[in-house]
Design a protein around this ligand. Structure first.
Ligand SMILES: NC(=O)c1ccc[n+]([C@@H]2O[C@H](COP(=O)([O-])OP(=O)(O)OC[C@H]3O[C@@H](n4cnc5c(N)ncnc54)[C@H](OP(=O)(O)O)[C@@H]3O)[C@@H](O)[C@H]2O)c1
Length: 248
């Protein structure tokens, strides 16, 4: 168990155990496709400090971030976030691996990277040190030479002709036996997925900071109209809030 996290809603409880925390995020029906997105934001809506999200997330955010990886079949990340945040291979800590295995899950979730340009290095540790072969999600219009190079180290999922079709992404992953889907961003990918109506759940850590400046928000792009959300739970850890919303 890590940093203390309390539940404020729906059932108040303090100092949640790992099992209690897991129960708040776990899904009973693991067969039905479900796309969850997780972000951290400052109170005034900044998704980054100095260009990365690391300045926003504290211990409670890290505890939930790790838990959400533990619960999922696949971790989906946009290539901009993979490059900007310096992602390595999707390797879970041993305690998470043993909890997954004891529940009948694969030891590690699959890492799915979304990119249209395929500006990804096949010799990067993301691929060479991956415990499970990653998936690169792209479109039919992606550069053929880069696609061929990446196909040596990753499965390629074509989800769209010239533009990403998020519904094909979700269906394609589910067809590969990966219905529980967890997206760690970034804002462009979230915007595309939201506009396509495929996002079921948003987990949002509200970091107790005001950032101001030009930092972007957790979503890039436009929506035809605002989307309504239903509150799932409110957790607190010190001054940090951990919110879970579902699509209404
Ligand atoms: N606060 C948070 O929780 C949080 C979480 C994640 C990221 N971030 C921050 O967000 C910033 C990055 O933002 P971003 O919007 O550039 O991130 P992003 O969505 O991860 O990356 C954009 C890139 O990902 C690929 N991509 C995303 N959506 C796509 C789509 N619909 N179709 C095809 N390719 C798609 C493209 O890659 P190619 O260029 O390879 O084609 C695109 O250039 C970073 O500063 C990062 O730190 C914050």
């Amino acid at each position: 168990m890590g940093v203390q996290i309390d539940c404020l809603f729906p059932a108040p409880g303090s100092d949640l155990s790992d099992e209690q925390l897991s129960a708040l995020y776990d899904r009973d029906d693991r067969e039905a496709p479900w796309l969850r997105v997780n972000f951290v934001s400052s109170v005034d809506g900044a998704a980054t400090v100095d260009g990365v999200s690391g300045g926003l997330g504290g211990d409670a955010d890290h505890r939930v971030f790790d838990l959400l990886r533990e619960l999922t079949d696949v971790v989906i990340v946009g290539a901009g976030t993979v490059r900007g945040e310096g992602y390595g291979p999707m390797v879970l800590p041993p305690a998470s691996v043993s909890r997954r295995v004891s529940r009948g899950l694969a030891p590690h979730p699959v890492f799915a990277i979304v990119s249209s340009r395929l500006d990804l290095d096949p010799s990067s540790r993301i691929f060479t040190d991956a415990p499970v072969r990653p998936i690169v999600v792209t479109t039919d219009a992606a550069p053929r030479d880069r696609r061929d190079a990446l196909s040596a180290v990753a499965d390629i999922l074509i989800a769209g002709d010239s533009r990403l079709d998020p519904a094909r992404l979700v269906a394609g992953l589910a067809e590969r036996g990966l219905p529980q889907q967890h997206c760690e961003g970034g804002p462009s990918l979230f915007g595309t997925m939201l506009a396509a109506g495929v996002v079921n759940e948003l987990c949002l850590t509200v970091s107790p900071q005001l950032v101001a400046g030009e930092a972007g928000r957790i979503i890039t792009g436009d929506l035809a109209s605002p989307r309504d959300l239903a509150l799932g739970h409110v957790l607190a850890s010190g001054d940090t809030l951990l919110l879970r919303y579902e699509r209404r």
